[in-house]
Ligand binder design. Structure first.
Ligand code: F3S
Length: 389
């Protein structure tokens, strides 16, 4: 791989040990994937921010890195293991909090923005079409590539951080136009109400590691958010290409090698298969984090109803969305907790609950594994119905 004189100097440690280590990570990845050069990035999104997912070894890595390293581009962070302001009311213990605080301290000392969300594109870190990024969160990566037209690989936490410190990433994978062509065409014959996340779930399983071209995908931005998150959770791809019903969006289908149709009945069967139990310790909405529009929509549906009781309820969102609609957050608080900075997957819920219901296709993948939950899928409207009367 060709490095400029300036990049060589960093790799030789002339700008300090932290930048040398960061450059070593970026260059090593470039060499593994056959990159020819490094390219500047517009922003980074770092994952691996919950103590639950990175543990003591992760804290040591970050604290070692943070002595001397500063990010060179705008960098936001994935959800933590707790709400920084309301962690006690979530049931998180003091020991977890103190470990989490060290992670936050390390990130903030490196100049990362204290924005802990998987929807950075709704919190000010919104890339423009064609910009190169180093984003790690899988749901954000797929949204950036597919909906916003930016270009990023699905980075790991350390590689996104290293790229942020250098301000560059290696040019391979989805940074190259020739690698962004769809290889499988998937026609959704209809998406039943409330099952958009499961459409993503099913599309991901069909796509595997091939970028899909999806026909008939007429979704709002919020629906793209939940669709892409689920697709990225059940597949290895970080991008889809889509055409709406008019078919007037351009898509290069020249490399498509297989065509698959998905009838609406397949999505209903998928919902049935993920139905799980009828009673839950926790109802968790907001994977990916709820947007202001989603918070407003739920508050509107609940405003004349009363809490049903029976389950703990979490509405997971970003601090930006929380601050954007105080009145609606007030309504939702009557039915449960509106929590920020964290989510039902990366918070230590396995120590509090055994059964969780969610309206997220992505959560159906991670609640049973990372969260050790018996998980149940329900459309948002069914969950709102269940938590109110
Ligand atoms: Fe976001 Fe947590 Fe889901 S990070 S996409 S709410 S698993």
């Amino acid at each position: 791989m060709h490095l400029t004189r300036e990049e060589e100097r960093v790799l030789d440690g002339e700008e300090g040990e932290a930048r040398r280590k960061a450059m070593e990570i970026v260059v090593a990845l470039g060499e593994i994937y056959g990159a020819k050069r490094l390219i500047p990035i517009a922003s980074a999104q770092v994952s691996g921010a919950s103590f639950k997912t990175i543990g003591d070894a992760g804290i040591k890595f970050l604290e070692d890195f943070s002595s001397g390293a500063k990010v060179r581009v705008r960098t936001t962070v994935n959800p933590l293991g707790l709400d920084l302001k309301r962690w006690e009311s979530m049931g998180v213990d003091e020991q977890f909090f103190s470990k989490q605080a060290r992670i936050v301290g390390a990130y903030e000392s490196m100049g990362l923005e204290p924005i802990y969300t998987c929807t950075p594109y709704l919190s000010g870190n919104r890339p423009r079409r064609g910009q190169h990024l180093a984003w790690a969160e899988s749901s954000a990566t797929v949204f950036a590539n597919s909906v916003l037209g930016a270009m990023t690989n699905r980075e790991g936490g350390p590689s996104a951080l290293a790229a942020a410190i250098i301000g560059k990433t290696a040019e391979y994978g989805l940074h190259l136009k020739e690698n962004r062509a769809p290889k499988v065409k998937i026609t959704l014959e209809g998406i039943p109400d409330g099952l958009v996340p499961l459409a993503g779930y099913v599309v991901g399983k069909i796509a595997g590691n091939r970028i899909p071209l999806i026909e008939n995908l007429d979704l709002s931005l919020d629906h793209h958010k939940s669709f892409g998150a689920a697709m990225a959770a059940t597949s290895a791809v970080s991008m889809y290409v889509y055409r709406n019903r008019g078919g007037h969006e351009k898509a290069d289908a020249s490399q498509v090698e297989e065509c698959v149709s998905v009838p609406a009945s397949e999505l209903r069967d998928c919902a049935e298969g993920l139905k799980g139990e009828d009673r839950w310790d926790l109802v968790a909405i907001g994977c990916p984090h709820c947007s202001p529009a989603e918070l407003r929509g739920m508050a509107k549906k609940l405003k004349d109803r009363k809490p049903a009781g029976g389950s703990e309820v979490w509405f997971c969102t970003s601090r930006h969305a929380y601050a954007a609609c105080p009145k609606e957050v007030g309504i939702l608080h009557k039915f449960g907790k509106v929590i920020c900075d964290t989510c039902m997957v990366v918070a230590p819920i396995e120590e509090m609950y055994k059964t969780t219901a969610s309206d997220s296709g992505k959560a159906m993948v991670y609640l049973p594994t990372l969260g050790k939950q018996r998980a149940s899928f329900r459309p948002t409207s069914a969950l709102l119905e269940a938590i109110s009367r």
